[in-house]
Design a protein around this ligand. Structure first.
Ligand SMILES: [Zn+2]
Ligand SMILES: [Zn+2]
Length: 248
């Protein structure tokens, strides 16, 4: 698409999504108003729909077109909308890379928006006085990371900065990488990395074994937020690591 076509295409794709016009009418209008042939129009409508639903799409959009869609989605659908679109895009990139198609430009766009999303999430969280909100939001992200394919998680881990971002409030928080937590929990298979006993209980929320992910070298001491600096510990061993010495 060129710059004149993008706003027209977006408006029409959104009208289909909002069920204001039929798909057939949309194809006609894209041809009429923007000169987009119906084959391409069909792809654009479909990609937009997949972005809004956060599911993988297979046909490619150029990086600048994707960028434009994201700007508009963020504007129209806020943080949640942008998150869905980025989920869909991440899956799309993984799919195309699986087909052997280089995704350097797309990855640049993805990284840029993921960084933006982090900043927006932090500022959204800092509006709330409660640190709990931040922890809850993080738990959600870990849950999502766990539900994702291991291959996707590992791919993100390879790209992820090993030093965590810091944000300043009255305290400094580390924005830990949910993929590190997920990966360490999967690796542990419900068994404490220190005492080698099964997790003492399961989480009330979802029935998974309760283990806590601990950094061997603390982040506060410059430790890396990386799988090889992390272990899954039962609460006893975790407390011991931080506060105790072995008993006997
Ligand atoms: Zn233990
Ligand atoms: Zn710890």
């Amino acid at each position: 698409m060129n710059e004149a076509q993008r706003p027209i295409v977006y408006r029409i794709a959104r009208a289909v999504q909002d069920e204001e016009i039929s798909r057939k009418e949309a194809l006609h209008q894209m041809q009429l108003q923007a000169g987009v042939p119906s084959g391409s129009a069909g792809i654009l409508i479909s990609v937009f729909d997949h972005m809004r639903r956060g599911v993988v799409y297979k046909r490619a959009l150029s990086a600048p077109d994707t960028d434009y869609f994201f700007q508009r989605i963020q504007n129209d659908a806020g943080l949640e909308g942008l998150k869905s679109a980025l989920d869909a895009f991440g899956l799309h990139i993984a799919y195309r890379e699986g087909m052997g198609v280089g995704q350097r430009k797309n990855r640049e766009v993805l990284d840029r928006y993921l960084a933006l999303l982090r900043r927006l999430e932090v500022s959204a969280a800092s509006i709330s006085p409660s640190l709990d909100k931040i922890h809850q939001a993080f738990e959600e992200r870990v849950k999502r990371a766990l539900q994702d394919l291991p291959a996707n998680r590992r791919m993100r881990l390879q790209e992820a900065p090993r030093l965590p971002e810091r944000v300043s409030r009255s305290v400094t928080l580390f924005l830990r990488n949910p993929d590190v937590v997920a990966e360490v929990l999967v690796r542990a298979r419900g068994v404490c990395d220190a005492c080698k006993k099964s997790a003492p209980f399961v989480r009330r929320s979802d029935g998974t074994p309760y283990l806590e992910v601990h950094h061997k070298t603390p982040l506060a001491d410059g430790g890396e937020d990386a799988v090889d600096n992390a272990m899954a510990l039962c609460p006893n061993c975790h407390r011991q690591e931080h506060f105790g010495i072995p008993n006997g």
